[in-house]
Design a protein around this ligand. Structure first.
Ligand code: GAL
Ligand code: CA
Length: 342
């Protein structure tokens, strides 16, 4: 009899979930726009690392389709997860997600693709956004380019006093695409540098797409390009792939190329002398802030700057600062860049 009681007791202990507050297991649903994006994979790795021994995070791949993402979010709703973390395929979809989340009382943290503020206001205190101020990354790219341009008169290859540039963009309408592009050019103009667009390619953050586009641009306008601006590192690296095939980065033939993110491959390219510079898009701190927020919400608390360890602005935003990364400081970031491989 005593043995039986002991067995029941042991099995009861074993039934208690590992991550719990009271009796409810904390399950957080996280849907990202697509797994196959190195920057997003890095953030995912940090979220999952930060969650260890606290909550279980179920990840879902949106496969870059809002329909697929909506289905996985519906699954999370049906499972009655304690909180949601969403990197929306289309930021305009946030409103309907928040309305449903409110109805079901499931708080949500958005990241990387910023919902419109009117949508975030649908459910105050239970809806947040973690990201970085896109405008700043554009201004930082401008500083990297301007420092180079102003100290290398030979960079004005055709000597016309204008900076002939090619720009690689993410998808239209994305805040990072629009603001990085706009403020990089504005930052150059403000420093008195007159810019002349040679070509623009929407390469959807993708290395292979940018490589293909750059290959064609080099065929049609090769000799007139003086700088390559890319909205992210993957596209900068794709352009570099094409430039290498065309004889750049050997025998003093150089092209200044700038990106954003500071992924491991980009840091490597800075070391090799192919990438002039990039801007740290800090997946470490973004990932931690995202999880800490979702965790507080999942426990039923209203998060505070103190409880999550990051400043909450206007009651709904956590802004993680960008930083310029170039030859002078890239080594500081090598260990901080996430390895991809979830
Ligand atoms: C940007 C990042 C890109 C890409 C994009 C997806 O912040 O720099 O590499 O991940 O988000 O929206
Ligand atoms: Ca020129």
């Amino acid at each position: 009899m005593r043995k039986k009681i002991l067995l029941i007791f042991i099995s009861l202990i074993m039934m208690v979930p590992i991550f719990s507050t009271g009796s409810k297991e904390l399950v957080i649903g996280c849907s990202v726009y697509k797994y196959e994006d190195p920057f997003i994979s890095g953030t995912r790795a940090v979220i999952s690392e930060t969650a260890k021994n606290k909550a279980s995070v179920i990840f879902a791949d949106g496969l870059n389709s809002q329909t697929v993402q909506n289905n996985s979010i519906d699954n999370f709703f049906n499972q009655k997860v304690s909180a949601l973390i969403i990197n929306p395929v289309d930021r305009a979809s946030a409103g309907s997600i928040i309305r449903k989340a409110k109805e079901l009382n499931i708080p949500t943290v958005f990241f990387n693709r910023e919902p419109f503020v009117e949508d975030l206001k649908i459910w105050n205190d239970k809806t947040y956004y973690v990201g970085s101020i896109a405008k700043d990354s554009g201004l930082m790219q401008a500083k990297i380019i301007a420092d180079y341009w102003l100290s290398h008169p030979e960079a004005d290859i055709n000597g016309d006093g204008l900076l002939q540039y090619v720009i690689f963009r993410g998808e239209a309408g994305n805040q990072d695409t629009e603001l990085r592009s706009e403020y990089c050019l504005q930052g150059l103009t403000k420093r008195g540098i007159k810019c002349d667009k040679v070509a623009s390619s929407t390469s959807y953050w993708n290395r292979a797409k940018a490589q293909n586009a750059m290959t064609s641009i080099l065929i049609s306008k090769g000799s007139s390009i003086e700088v390559v601006i890319a909205n992210n590192d993957e596209m900068a690296l794709g352009a570099i792939d094409a430039l290498k095939v065309n004889g750049y980065f050997t025998n003093d033939k150089f092209m200044p190329v700038v990106g954003v993110d500071a992924t491991a491959s980009a840091l490597q390219a800075i070391e090799n002398g192919t990438l002039l510079g990039t801007v740290l898009n800090d997946s470490h701190n973004q990932g931690r802030a995202i999880f800490n927020l979702a965790y507080e919400l999942a426990k039923g608390n209203i998060p505070t700057s103190k409880s999550i360890g990051y400043t909450i602005s206007e009651g709904r935003y956590v802004w993680i600062p960008y930083k310029i990364v170039d030859k002078s400081n890239f080594r500081e970031y090598i260990d901080k860049t996430e390895t991809i491989g979830l």
